[in-house]
Design a protein around this ligand. Structure first.
Ligand code: DQA
Length: 163
């Protein structure tokens, strides 16, 4: 995010059942399909030069219903950062927490629904302790807010490293 640095390569990773967005319980998850959320993120990314004067990031969009593939994707490339919505694995996968702890990947966790208002078993996240932060409850806008927060964190890191 420094003018001489390469633009950050960010993974946008969605886990189990997020392929169903649009038709899945719209009262909880909204009516936008995942592809629309990707489009909004990419539009925002492309407007970074006008908004903030720095180059767009390289965004890689990924969704899978296989936990094995999700874990593999986290280390498939030397990502500069990630935005992840692991879906139900958030609350069930010790393996996900272990991998995120091992990778030291700077990431923001996002959820469409307001987890604080949901069942007790959704109050625990295996991934959150390893995240820079968590955004939930804003529907598709959780992704935009999470992306903005991730950029701000990466920018601070780069700026600190420059001095
Ligand atoms: C979710 C919340 C999870 O509890 C749930 O299992 C999902 C979606 C969300 O984005 O609100 O699949 O991650």
């Amino acid at each position: 995010m420094h003018s001489t640095a390469h633009s950050p390569r960010l993974l946008i990773a969605n886990g189990v059942n997020l392929d169903l967005l649009g038709s899945r319980q719209p009262e909880l998850y909204g009516k936008l399909p995942l592809g629309e959320i990707y489009k909004r993120l990419e539009q925002f990314n492309q407007s970074l030069p006008q908004l903030f004067g720095f180059a767009p990031c390289g965004l890689s969009f990924f969704q899978t219903n296989s936990e094995e593939h999700f874990l593999a994707q986290l280390s498939a490339e030397p990502w500069d950062g990630a935005l992840i919505n692991p879906g139900a694995w958030t609350h069930s996968s010790l393996a996900l927490g272990d991998r995120l702890a091992a990778l030291q990947l700077p990431f923001v966790e996002v959820h469409l629904s307001n987890l604080a208002r949901r069942e007790a078993l959704r109050q625990h996240s295996y991934s959150a302790p390893h995240a820079l932060g968590v955004v939930y409850g804003f529907g598709a806008d959780s992704y935009l807010a999470g992306f903005t927060a991730l950029l701000a964190q990466l920018l601070q890191k780069t700026t600190r490293a420059d001095h």
